[in-house]
Design a protein around this ligand. Structure first.
Ligand code: FMN
Length: 401
């Protein structure tokens, strides 16, 4: 059965077609060093039979750190050693592990990171607010170097490759999107394809040059930008053509930006938990904080108006476009729950790999269960409490099962 057949992502042979999609762990200390729970999590996943693991997003530079507490970092050479026990352990189970490299750009808050917030331009995010500063051209070149250095550290730490996070509205996605990239320098929107790919192209080139072809280079992109509908299907197709020419080893297709994070995940809206734990929504003075309440109602109203409902394998429309345009192995994420759905997509050639996030939070041994029963259905009910709780100081876990 194709689900359990080995296949390559660049230089890496994965023992099956199942991948754990990047999932924020909240299991690192304030300096970004992984705690023992981080290693334990990856031991559970690797021993549960998954072919490959993509770590939660790790910051490559301190001002690109997320507002969520406990994010892992890979921005200093000293960090290499702390990841070695993790990668060594994962490899004992014949499992590959890729580190996701990210810079938040405007999608973070000075209040939590104590760093100035920088974005592709000074346009603020609807959800994160703040006053992002536009990166200077020199700063953009410095960040390209930092992505390359982070990949070098990840390689030295035993990772099999990296995944460049170019989805969900983070910095690289901000460069791509015409609705956010208002730059007038060489990193602005390209006249011909209508998107901003120069930063991404140079990041990929830097990683390749520094890490070589024996180190897998993956990328995660979003199919749409949700709000302003300025990212058309044609522009998405241009992005795929661009990536095809970059010869990345694996392409994961996701959706949306953190401005409406619920459309990345889909499913329930745990409003009570959001109001209690989310730093953007929560009020310290309750009903008396009228301006914040008005802002909350406005943001929530916009989010609801654009809300997409959970359907199985919900990013497949973008996956099909990508598949027609490139031979790069395609990893599809979003809404895979049943063995039958995974088999259907793989056996019909819609996708090369299936990746999952929430189902692995509640069942790290999901692959073992699929081996026992090819029609197994994951227990995840998309309550999304795990996602909301990323904003608290608790480590990521399932709150239902
Ligand atoms: C708790 C949680 C943390 C996540 N962290 C990340 C992350 O660090 N990087 C990323 O690219 N996506 C992240 N995602 C998104 C997932 O990788 C995935 O794209 C999304 O959840 C849809 O897949 P699913 O239906 O299998 O959960 C996260 C999702 C959840 C629920």
């Amino acid at each position: 059965m194709k689900l359990f057949e080995p296949a390559n992502i660049g230089p890496c042979r994965l023992k099956n077609r199942l991948i754990r999609s990047a999932t924020f762990e909240g299991m690192s200390d304030p300096e970004g060093y992984p705690l023992p729970e981080y290693r334990h999590l990856y031991q559970q996943l690797a021993s549960g039979g998954v072919g490959g693991i993509i770590t939660g997003f790790a910051y490559i530079s301190p001002e690109g750190k997320a507002m969520q507490p406990g994010q892992a970092g890979i921005d200093r050479e000293e960090m290499i050693e702390s990841y070695l026990p993790v990668t060594e352990m994962v490899h004992q189970y014949d499992c590959k592990i890729f580190m996701q490299l990210a810079h938040t750009g405007r999608q973070t808050r000075k209040k939590e990171t104590r760093q100035d917030v920088y974005g592709v331009s000074n346009q603020r995010s609807l959800y994160f607010g703040g006053s992002p500063r536009e990166l200077t051209t020199e700063q953009v070149y410095a960040l390209i170097k930092r992505f390359g250095e982070a990949a070098v550290y990840a390689k030295a730490a035993g990772f099999d490759g990296v995944q460049v996070h170019a989805a969900h509205g983070y910095l690289i996605h901000q460069f791509i999107l015409p609705s956010i990239n208002h730059r007038n320098d060489e990193f602005g929107i390209h006249d011909i394809n209508g998107i901003g790919t120069k930063f991404l192209g140079l990041v990929l080139e830097e990683i390749r040059n520094k890490c070589g072809r024996d180190f897998a280079l993956l990328i995660k992109v979003s199919g749409s930008d949700d709000y302003f509908t300025k990212f058309t299907m044609e522009q998405f197709a241009s992005l795929i053509r661009f990536l095809d020419a970059q010869e990345v080893d694996g392409l994961e297709i996701s959706y949306g930006t953190m401005d409406n994070a619920l459309n990345i995940f889909r499913g329930d809206i745990p409003l009570k938990m959001i109001l209690k734990h989310n730093p953007v929504f929560k009020t310290n003075s309750g009903i008396k904080d009228i301006p914040l309440l008005i802002k909350n109602v406005f943001i929530y109203g916009l989010m609801r108006a654009k809300l997409k409902s959970f359907t199985p394998t919900y990013n497949l429309e973008y996956v099909k476009i990508a598949k027609a345009l490139t031979d790069i192995p395609i990893i599809s994420v979003g809404g895979f729950r049943k063995g039958a759905e995974m088999r259907h997509c793989l056996e019909n050639g819609f996708v090369d790999f299936v990746s999952l996030s929430r189902p692995f939070i509640c069942e790290p041994d999901l692959v073992e269960k699929l081996v026992q029963d090819e029609n197994y259905s994951a227990r995840c009910v998309n309550c999304n409490i795990c996602a909301v709780m990323c904003d608290s100081d608790r480590q990521t876990r399932c709150y239902k099962n």
